[in-house]
Design a protein around this ligand. Structure first.
Ligand code: ADP
Ligand code: AMP
Length: 221
């Protein structure tokens, strides 16, 4: 299965992607994680990415497409691919289509996790993650077993630089203006299934809905 996972920032894409990968075994590619790793490495490219990320703006398409095309080429496996956070503009979706077409491959589905704005702000301001394994927690909803320590790695959890209320508002505006049209783009495609899942439920219920939807999609492929 080749799936694009969409939804506003904080909808639960990263949290659910890890669970879906455990269940279905496909590779997980998160553009945000790839960009944060580049940023942490301090390269010139990382510094360029940081200019946009820290301001809550989308990174320009040309840069995104170049990075993601390489990542997809090296990662697409027979078990499939789960793209999380990419594509985020119609131009990126077109570039992805062209890349897959050229390789004789195609997308099977687009899954949109929905969430409302107030919930998103609470989720993102409470998000903490492990700097080693990337596992994501929430100070109230998905707490680690020991205060502020990763359950697996036992290291101090950190807060993302762009998880402030001011930057979240910018990211939401970018989502509404630039990313929502991508859903309409895919809905017009005859061979791509679009599935909407209510992200405003406890995490296990969201996972159950996603698993049910993807299992159904698999039978129809
Ligand atoms: P995204 O990848 O879409 O930006 P995350 O998966 O990082 O979102 O989730 C954002 C925050 O919300 C994290 O702190 C996560 O622990 C928390 N979270 C994720 N799903 C739920 C849920 N269903 N209910 C409550 N909190 C959630
Ligand atoms: P995320 O981890 O998905 O919340 O992404 C964090 C930030 O990385 C976003 O706010 C953007 O600045 C940048 N980013 C991630 N993916 C993309 C993308 N596909 N297109 C443009 N910018 C992106």
């Amino acid at each position: 299965m080749r799936i694009v996972l969409m939804g506003p920032p904080g909808a639960g894409k990263g949290t659910q992607a890890k669970r879906l990968v455990d269940k279905f075994g496909m590779a997980h590619l998160s553009s945000g994680d790839i960009f944060r790793a580049e940023k942490a490495g301090g390269s010139a490219l990382g510094q360029k990415l940081a200019e946009y990320m820290d301001a809550g703006q989308l990174v320009p398409d040309q840069i995104v497409v170049e990075i993601m095309a390489k990542a997809i080429t090296s990662c697409d496996s027979p078990a499939g691919l789960l793209l999380d956070g990419f594509p985020r503009t119609v131009a990126q979706a077109e570039a992805l289509d062209a890349q897959l077409d050229q390789a004789g491959k195609s997308l099977d589905g687009v899954v949109v996790i929905t969430a409302d704005e107030d919930e998103i702000v609470e989720r993102i301001t409470g998000r903490r993650s492990c700097p080693d394994c990337g596992k994501v927690y929430h100070v109230k909803y998905l707490r680690p077993q020991n205060d502020n320590l990763c359950d697996k790695c036992n290291v101090q959890l950190v807060q993302r630089a762009d998880d402030t209320e001011e930057v979240i508002r910018q990211r939401l505006a970018a989502y509404n203006r630039q990313t929502e049209p991508v859903i309409a783009y895919y809905r017009g495609r005859p061979n791509v299934q679009t599935l909407f899942v209510n992200g405003t439920q406890p995490p296990d219920n969201v996972t159950a809905d996603l698993v049910r939807g993807l299992e159904q999609l698999k039978t129809e492929m």
